[in-house]
Design a protein around this ligand. Structure first.
Ligand code: GDP
Ligand code: IMO
Ligand code: MG
Length: 400
């Protein structure tokens, strides 16, 4: 009997492969790693479909912290981890992550799709010169550009010395890395099809999507739920639920518009209480109030079935909390996402704050915190099913 049969999350969908997709609804760092770890309990595998080590996903279990970049967060529960064709992979960095996890006592079970693209040293060098976007400098943009220009290098090519020689001056290092990784190479789409229940882990967030985000201040892949189909080779009918991860406020790293950004004491307080420093680059994150226009937009473009609301505890102790419900530019007010965010100012509602959300269950939350959660549901048009009040696995409430 497969592990999936023991979990109610997957039960109602019969025997064919069924997937739950988890996506970021804001500008990344919403707590996807934490929620994926929580939801992966009954899954047979956890899969990534886009991005690479620009992602930094944190899982905290019994006080032990794991920072994941390429490998899906299901690795902490010992799940089969699938790196899909839509990913951009730097093989030396991936080997480093595998060995870090082995040292931490985990034994990653991996499938790396042989059609995933390789980030070369030349692409890394190029990205290291970026100053406009504020990228993570992991070579992501140049790698996806070369993929679309039909001159990229794929994982399977790591085993082909002649191809490698033409693509990177460090071809020997890449060849050696490929030889070490070869045992994991395979057909992700086929493997997933043979499994019952697959949890799919998005990286970055909706507003960083190459099509739907704040272009050009975006990453170079489709972060929205639709990307899971092309980035893993699965059909849309296998996706049963789409869980949007939303932080109880908003953060952004890197450049680009951010209407609810707070350049004041409240913003600083969010950064300090939320420990808002990048998992991948250590950069301080820009912080601001919750933007319901952004999350409602994420609900639409990914077809969210539910929201997991994280970091509610970070708002503890604020006398008042604000939520952006529309944008204003001069006389004009809009409630839906405009094609460009630059120059739009937030229109806020204000709600009473609460002392502490550090309680044992959803029912015990202060009434003001529950009212805040209900307001988010109402504005986003999607129910909140999980509420997170701390980084640990156990600090998660189910909300009926
Ligand atoms: P991801 O990229 O979406 O996986 O998010 P990151 O791991 O980059 O950033 C989220 C940070 O918040 C991590 O340090 C988590 O351990 C932490 N975190 C997640 N959920 C909560 C929560 O509910 N409360 C608090 N205080 N921290 C949380
Ligand atoms: P996770 O998965 C937050 C941002 C960068 C930059 C832009 C483009 O941890 O949520 P890139 O290196 O992708 O070309 O950079 O996207 N960015 C992220 N911001 N969380 C992430 O990942 C991010 N990955 C990329 O800061 O603004
Ligand atoms: Mg992150």
């Amino acid at each position: 009997m497969g592990a999936c049969r023991r979990s109610s999350v997957w039960d109602s969908y019969g025997d064919a492969m069924k997937a739950i997709v988890v996506v970021g609804t804001q500008w990344g760092d919403e707590g996807k790693g934490k929620v994926v770890d929580y939801l992966s309990k009954g899954a047979s595998a956890v899969a990534r479909y886009q991005g690479g080590n620009n992602a930094g996903h944190t899982v905290v279990v019994h006080g032990k912290k794991y920072k994941l970049h390429f490998i899906p967060s299901g690795v902490v529960r010992g799940k089969l981890c699938v790196l899909g064709n839509g990913m951009a992979i730097e093989p030396r960095a991936l080997l480093g992550e595998i060995s870090m996890l082995e040292k931490a006592g985990l034994n990653p079970k991996l499938v790396i799709d042989w059609k995933a693209h390789v980030i070369t040293q030349e692409e890394l060098d190029e990205d290291s010169k970026d100053s406009k976007i504020g990228t993570t400098k992991k070579g992501i943009g140049p790698c996806y550009r070369d993929k679309v220009a039909r001159r990229g290098l794929r994982i399977i090519d790591l085993l082909d010395r002649k191809k490698l020689e033409k693509k990177t001056r460090l071809w020997k290092e890449y060849y050696e890395a490929g030889k070490k990784l070869e045992k994991y190479f395979g057909d992700a789409s086929l493997r997933l099809q043979q499994l019952g229940s697959v949890l799919i882990e998005g990286a970055q967030g909706t507003m960083l999507d190459i099509d739907h985000g704040t272009y050009p201040f975006v990453t170079s892949s489709n972060t929205v739920a639709g990307g899971a189909c092309t980035g893993l080779g699965i059909g849309p009918k296998s996706i049963k639920r789409v869980v949007g991860i939303a932080k109880a406020y908003t953060t952004r790293v890197g450049n680009g518009p951010f209407p609810t950004e707070l350049d004041n004491a409240a913003g600083k307080r969010l950064r300090v209480q939320g420990n808002e420093y990048g998992t991948t680059t250590g950069r301080p994150r820009r912080c601001g109030w919750f933007d319901a226009v952004v999350v409602r937009y994420a609900a639409r473009v990914s077809g969210l079935t539910e929201i997991a609301l994280t970091k509610l505890d970070v708002l503890d102790g604020f006398k008042k909390v604000k939520v952006c419900v529309a944008y204003r530019k001069g006389e004009k007010v809009v409630k839906e996402m405009p094609p460009e965010l630059g120059g739009w100012k937030p229109v806020y509602i204000e709600m009473p704050g609460w002392e502490s959300s550090r309680v044992k269950g959803y029912a015990s939350l202060p009434k003001e915190a529950k009212a805040y959660v209900r307001k988010i549901e109402q504005l986003a048009g999607v129910p909140v099913r999980l509420v997170s009040i701390g980084p640990g696995r156990e600090e998660t409430f189910r909300k009926k």
